[in-house]
Design a protein around this ligand. Sequence first.
Ligand code: EPZ
Length: 421
Amino acid sequence: MDKFIIEGGTPLVGTIAISGSKNAALPIIAAALLGDSETTIHNIPRLQDIYTFNNVLRVVGAKVDFKEEENTVSIDPTSVSYLEAPYDLVRKMRASFYMLGALVGKHGEAKVSLPGGCAWGPRPVDLHLKGMEAMGINIQLEKGYVIAKADETLKGGNFTLEPSSVGATVNLLLASVLKAEKFVIKNAAKEPDVVQLCNVLVKMGADIEGIGTSKLTIRKVEALNGVKISNDPDRIELGTYMVAGAMIPGSDLTLTGCNPEHLGNFPELLRKTGTKVDVNGTVIKVKAPEKLKPVSIKTDIYPGFPTDLQAQWATMLTQAEGDSKVTDTVYFDRFSYVPELVRLGAHMHNEKNTVHIKGKAPLTGASVMSTDLRASVSLVLAAMAAENTSEVLRVYHLDRGYESLENKLNPVGAKISRVVG
Ligand code: EPZ
């Protein structure tokens, strides 16, 4: 397993280009299976999760051509014939569960493995399944697999997501656009990843009302066409590098290829720490303050503070002059990074779904262990801010969600070397 050796203490100065979004790409790759012709998607990041999902589509028979150097994937769904997504692939990447909606939504049947848990506990899919049953899909559970069957036309109905769920909203959209007379999703997720999926489905020919709101009304159409589209930039990668520019003293970063509209009030919150944040079209400039002010946050569903930036923000707060706290209301136990940051010298502790942070804690290099995608990038942020040398183990977690991380950070001053293991 690869690890990073990181020399800390150097400011980040220069320009970083933001890649396409992983979490926005996965739903539209799945949506391509609903079309009667090829779909081509630009701005697809070269990430392990994308490679894994491309393989899941190939298992069911789709032709998938990923031109990596162009960050473009073409999907020909016309040869899909095997309507099963196996456990050994779904367990690697839970978004493979989108295959359930795509396959039953297009072919009227699907057999998809239940996804496993993840580093921070169970990730239920009960809302996906209850929503599909509310639509009229027959759901059976057998030996860890979901077996779904749908008639040509489903009566439809309505379903309320409690709590709101990105994945369930995605799966119910994929299942309903070609099947349900009329289906209403209440308390639907409004993340940009869901809005992009809705816009792509409409471009393919779907009938969806309420895009961007928490009430989506889908009406069945007879067919969908393949499309040529470009994927959104990654708002979580963007937020991560903005935090890097804020918490590493002397940093002055220019981030390009951004969509600031996807950040909600994140830029404003970052300004409250004393960080200079200038937004100009698709370019965001971030300049570290002399002293970081503590700014406590609570995560929430979009447009609230994203849970996927919770660990990064808490890491930054270890360098703020004063005490603060970070509460995650979406995932109550997404704090596996805390003991690792304490090894680097952070003064922080958890109480239920809140981490209490005493700043400023000088960080010094140590060996730390990645546990999940966003925790591992937070360890890299901390190691870059720490004195001396750190070792971040199991960086395969990082490779799932950050395209060329060390090749983006080293040119702007970081000292990260990958040891292939
Ligand atoms: C998506 O996961 C993202 N993954 C996650 O990003 C992100 O953290 C999460 O949304 C929240 O924003 C992708 O887009 C591939 P949810 P998802 O269903 O869809 C509960 C990353 O780091 N819930 O919105 O799985 C659930 O337990 C990843 O890039 C149910 O109770 O998240 C959670 O508390 C990690 N029953 C809440 O809803 C269900 O059937 C939100 O989960 C489904 C979800």
